[in-house]
Design a protein around this ligand. Structure first.
Ligand SMILES: *Cc1c(COP(=O)(O)O)cnc(C)c1O
Length: 445
């Protein structure tokens, strides 16, 4: 009786396993091939590596500051500044409360103000422009190079006037802007360069850190960035007078060397954009493994590109020859619907997300942003620049290449590049699947 029961149980289990096997076999044969949006099985069920990465040393580092009661700008921030300058091969680092604060401080250190022009790209996060407006200077847009997503260096020289007070190239996505061309033009025209490296931690141009090439280089440690502390920022520079000016601007006119020996003051306009000790301690801890993660992203991205560029209508952003390591804060590519049976970009993204591969459309054209028009039409702007100049501004700042780029672009985020190579295989498989079924998806959209 015992053995009979066992036998029945065994048979039931075997037949359930058999049924399961049959179902799985059918899924592999037909449904797995269909896009998830059309009832197929998603390519990927599990998430990608989560971000930020929290480790026990992070907790210890922050708690040590809490317990010590040394909550004021000091030991941790100073150590972080030294370390961050060192690992990036720069002479000086000034830590700030955010990336926006780092950019704002750089412009402040150069004495940028009303009547000045600052050259910016249209394909970036709004803060690159916000800081120009905060100094009541005029943003002047240089169109994007559609293939690289970066500021088109061929259009830079023509945008420089005798009012140009700074050029802010952005290493967008962590890919390098064309630093050889930009620095040569800036030098010829005698204009300082502020690298917006807020997405470019540990990216390299000709083997040296992005953010260490310009007069200053600005970083963000906002939580989504490749080196995070919730909020935070830093300025790198190789020029001591510039370092002193940045320090004074961001720290109520205090002298850089004066912190230990009592306060002395220098400079005019200033503010408080200091980094806290909590941020400094957390960053020192988060810097562990920074280079390893940068290499993982770079290797995975290279492999992903080798697969994606074989798919018609997928154009991965091109790296300039001088970019020896992209930081890959984003993995950027262009999507051409005409090669996907006219499946619109929004529907392509929806299909890809349904496969378990998060992907977004990226930035809107910043030169057309409402906040710029509002600022330019404010009383002080009209008074400084005159109504005519402000009315002509939009026409003079058209960026047709960037308009097209913004319609075609798509991004993956940096954390998706931190897993094993097989994750890249799945991303490519999902895009291939959508390409194969693009007609069906377009008809059902
Ligand atoms: C994040 C970012 C900033 C601003 O940094 P915050 O720390 O968020 O103020 C500026 N520029 C670019 C390109 C960024 O990605």
């Amino acid at each position: 009786m015992d053995s009979g029961l066992t036998r029945r149980k065994f048979l039931a289990a075997a037949s359930a396993a058999g049924a399961g096997f049959t179902l799985a076999g059918r899924a592999a044969g037909a449904e797995e091939d269909k896009p998830a949006l059309l009832g197929g099985k998603p390519v990927r069920a599990q998430g990608f590596p989560s971000w930020p990465m929290v480790t026990p040393p992070d907790e210890k580092a922050v708690m040590e500051v809490v317990r010590s009661g040394r909550w004021y700008h000091g030991r941790s921030v100073n150590r972080f500044e030294e370390e961050y300058a060192k690992i990036n091969g720069a002479k000086h680092c000034v830590a700030t409360s955010s990336g926006t604060g780092a950019l704002y401080t750089s412009l402040g250190a150069f004495g940028v103000g009303p009547g000045d022009e600052v050259i910016v790209p249209p394909y970036t996060f709004m803060a690159t422009i916000t800081v120009v407006l905060l100094h009541y200077a005029m943003p002047v847009f240089v169109d994007s190079d559609r293939e690289t997503f970066q500021m088109d260096p061929g259009k830079l020289d023509a945008a420089i006037t005798d009012r140009t007070a700074a050029i802010i190239p952005v290493h967008i996505g962590g890919y390098a802007a064309d630093m050889d061309s930009i620095l040569a033009i800036a030098k010829k025209r005698n204009v300082p360069v502020i690298e917006d490296a807020c997405q470019a931690h540990f990216g390299q141009w000709r083997g040296r850190s992005l953010g260490s090439w310009g007069t200053t280089g600005c970083f963000s440690f906002q939580v989504t960035k490749n080196l995070p502390s919730g909020e935070g920022g830093a300025i790198l520079t190789n020029d001591e007078p510039t370092a002193n000016k940045c320090f004074a601007f961001h720290n109520c006119c205090r002298k850089r060397s004066g912190a230990a020996s009592g306060f002395t003051y220098e400079g005019g306009q200033n503010t408080n954009l200091r980094m806290t000790e909590f941020q400094g301690a957390l960053l020192l801890s988060q810097m562990n493994g920074l280079e390893e993660r940068a290499n993982t992203r770079h290797e995975n991205a290279k492999y992903l590109t080798s697969m994606l560029r074989e798919i018609p209508g997928i154009l991965p952003a091109r790296l300039y020859e001088g970019c020896t390591r992209s930081a890959y804060h984003l993995y950027m590519f262009r999507y051409q619907p005409e090669k996907f049976a006219n499946l619109r970009r929004a529907d392509f993204l929806r299909a890809l997300n349904a496969e378990g591969i998060p992907c977004s459309a990226g930035y809107a054209p910043l030169n057309k942003a409402g906040f710029i028009q509002d600022a330019l039409n404010s009383r002080p702007y009209v008074r400084v620049y005159g109504k005519a100049a402000i009315e002509q501004w939009a026409d003079r700042n058209r960026c047709p290449e960037n308009d097209t780029l913004c319609e075609e672009a798509a991004w993956f985020t940096q954390n998706m590049l931190l897993g094993p190579r097989t994750d890249m295989d799945q991303i490519a498989a999902a895009v291939r699947k959508i390409h194969k079924f693009a007609g069906d998806l377009a008809r059902s959209a």
